[in-house]
Design a protein around this ligand. Sequence first.
Ligand code: ZN
Length: 160
Amino acid sequence: MGTSADHAYIAKLVHHGARITEQRKKLIHLLASCERPLSAMEIYQELERSFPRMSFGTVYQNIKLLADLELIESFVISNQLRYRLIDRDQPHYHFICMDCEKATSIPFNPSETPIPLPQQLTFVDFKLDVFGYCELCSDPGTLVSNGKKTNRIKGADRHE
Ligand SMILES: [Zn+2]
């Protein structure tokens, strides 16, 4: 287990002097390998399989630590707080499917396509999430097939 992507994040933990525990490694691996951002409860439920004695509080503390060290970030989708790894190496934005919540990183470099900014303001960083429907979810034939949410956002089905 463990990919080179995981190792980059574990190296950051080491750099910050944080203890490298099996739970933290697994947490990083989970977020690195999951196609969509996860809530704290989902992370807990996944980790519980490997660490059945671990409490939700411990998992939450680990999430908070990784967030404090800026290895992961939180954002809101469907009114729920979700977590994802922060990738600073390649500038990108996220396309997030409002149906299956799959997140896709798409290369975007503000130095090539400058973000409109008044002259007196200094650009440091950006965080951009674009919401819509992925290829699979925008096909009406597959809407019900995953047995998950079928209620689309109001207005999304309006006729062109
Ligand atoms: Zn989708």
